[in-house]
Ligand binder design. Structure first.
Ligand code: IMP
Ligand code: MG
Length: 179
């Protein structure tokens, strides 16, 4: 039997080299701002940010604790922007320095919800680091402290980002070909 035809690969937008170089710069900024920090709690938003978080924390000089938060959107037109919490953070956050790590900020609803919840835990500091930002899509303001790349309004995949769970393991960030 002939092998199944492969789908065309996403068109490259950001190479792995470019992403890793930028992560080195972000880590240097974070290390400088949090030089006093005894331990930084890095919270990844599942699942997309895992790939970015892993590369980022390995560049940080201070001791790091890692935990995860997971959300989903109801995807219903009757509750636009309403975010469902699937998994809460396991670690206590009160009085600790926290860095929330996300793959992409789109409308801003997800991070707006997560940040509101985390603030209630009274961390000593709470900062947001996102690899990508699509500012033209924003519906609610989100304070981004560390940004990898600002991109245009295109649906991107790879380096953790998926389209229906596909393409997360692509080593670069690309745009899915539209049929
Ligand atoms: P927001 O709540 O609209 O900011 O949505 C953020 C979430 O939507 C991200 O965490 C991603 O899971 C998903 N998302 C938004 N834009 C893209 C994209 O271009 N590719 C893949 N996922 C995306
Ligand atoms: Mg996400």
């Amino acid at each position: 039997m002939a092998p199944a035809a492969r789908e065309p690969l996403p068109e490259p937008l950001l190479s792995r080299e470019k992403i890793l170089r930028r992560i080195g710069e972000l880590a240097a900024d974070i290390a400088r701002d949090l030089a006093h920090c005894e331990e930084l709690v890095c919270l990844g938003v599942l699942k997309g940010s895992v790939f970015f978080l892993v590369d980022l924390v390995r560049e940080l000089p201070m001791p790091v604790a890692v935990d995860f938060f997971q959300t989903a959107s109801y995807g219903s037109s009757s509750s636009p922007g309403e975010v469902l919490i699937r998994k809460d953070v396991d670690l206590p956050l009160r009085g600790r320095d926290v860095l929330l790590v996300e793959d992409i900020v789109d409308t801003g609803h997800t991070l707006n919800t997560i940040l509101s919840i985390l603030r209630l835990r009274e961390p000593r500091s709470l900062r947001l680091c996102t690899l990508l930002d699509k500012p033209s899509r924003r519906e609610v303001e989100v304070p981004i402290d560390y940004l990898g790349f600002s991109i245009e309004d295109r649906f991107v995949v790879g380096y953790g980002l998926d389209y229906g769970e596909r393409w997360r393991n692509l080593p670069y960030i690309g745009v899915v070909p539209t049929p």
